[in-house]
Ligand binder design. Sequence first.
Ligand code: GLN
Length: 550
Amino acid sequence: MAKRSGKRAKVIFVVGGVMSGVGKGVAASSIGKILQARGLTVTAIKIDPYINVDAGTMNPTEHGEVFVLGDGYETDQDMGNYERFMGLSLDRGNYMTTGSVYKKVIDRERNLEFGGRCVEVVPHIPLEVIGTIRRAAKKADADVAIVEIGGTIGEYQNILFLEAVRMMKIEHPEDVLTVIVSYLPNPSKIGEMKTKPTQYAVRTLNGAGVQPDIIIARADRPLDDKRKDKVATFCNVRREDVISAPDVESIYDVPLNFEKDRLSDTIIRKLGLRGRGRKLGEWERLVSRAKAATKPVRIAVVGKYFNSGEYVLSDVYISVLEAIKHAAFAVGRVPEISWLGSEEYEKDPKKVKELAAYDGVLIPGGFGSRGIEGKIAAIRFCRENGIPYFGLCYGMQLLVIEYARNVLGLRGANTAEIDPKSKHLVIDIMPEQKEKLRRKDYGGSMRLGSYPALVAAKTVAAAAYGAKEISERHRHRYEVNPDYVERLREGGLVFSATSPDGVLMEIAELPRADHPFFLGTQFHPEFQSSLGKPHPLFLAFVVAASKRGR
Ligand code: GLN
């Protein structure tokens, strides 16, 4: 699209009411998608209200997956949804936390950039937020910037971000739209969908000086006219601005459902934009293809970050989950994913045999020692029984350890992350990382973001990628120890991709003649997969798994 120099992007704020986890990120992504389909250039920004400067230092069970951007910034999983839905490639300018905003303002104060003025929480913090939004929109030359504010209305911690909404709206009312994604419970004992929590949420938002323009009403079923009227009357919006958003089978249905309520027309009209066409056909085709699948492919994900109290949270591996789905849909299979805790195999080694019931096993990234021996037992079982195995990051490092121990006979082989005194440190800390850990420099200091790698010809990886040079996203401190590479190679393990200088082992695999699929990546392929473009390695894994499950 031709650049309109000096244009000011419209801004759509997406906030959440009633409770977390109602799909604000998917709603924001879907709004972006339907606006793109109308020929508009869109960018997306996520604001998280915690003090952590980035998401990298948080335990995933606290906050879900850490999504790594191409530039290496460690962010929230919603950034993954934005990239997957809108096909965007975002960077650190598209993400902020309370911590990162304060840090910027304080750094600027220390540099005397405020010229001796008194620097205050209001207006300087919201102004920094507004500045970040404007810069991101400008960089993308966006018609519309979608800004999702994390947390729920009524929380003390996102109030300064709502202040930014209020300030932007006062300055340019015609450019700013606020969408609240709320939840309408439907208690079985009452037998009626209740609007009151949403009314309270909107009233609380009003208390921050912000009136929503559109209400996305999440519920287990569509809103009837009566409930729509009620929400409209008590929340002070027009009935057609209440969008019914019932639970759906797949998150990819959401843009299509929004368009059933003609949401893009409403947004375009309210913001005075000009839409061109309505191109959701390809998306529709992909969604129907996914629905047409009937045969399952059964994938076991063996990990440890699943349990929160009595609940199992697969959010921790959301990108992995989506990448498996993308690949399964592409080959016409229904993904059936089971989350298995690896510690079980430590308590009861025989239990690992349960993996024989699956078509493929995947071990995602991770840190620390809990559940590691169980994962190694799972990898061994897959290798010895011809079960397709795909290891991501830690899952690749553990593949190498398993191979060193059980094929090369290197007893006690390990990673320096667990047993730095091991006689055979087949996985060791990267030299530049050693110094960082000594200085306790933990934040944003791993080997992060996109790096190129070269793929060796005639390997499983080469067949999957169909390319010699690839670029993938990383997040690790440890690597295959260069001192062991030759021995591992001689012992039959193939390093099918390396850093361009040949020092870092990026993919380890067994030849197809020896195993249907046994491959691990030092990087995280799951961060670059989407419905329309499944990641080639996930595709190869799911194809191998589907053959087993035939
Ligand atoms: N803990 C390993 C490392 O730091 C693997 C990291 C990961 O799986 N993301 O190298």
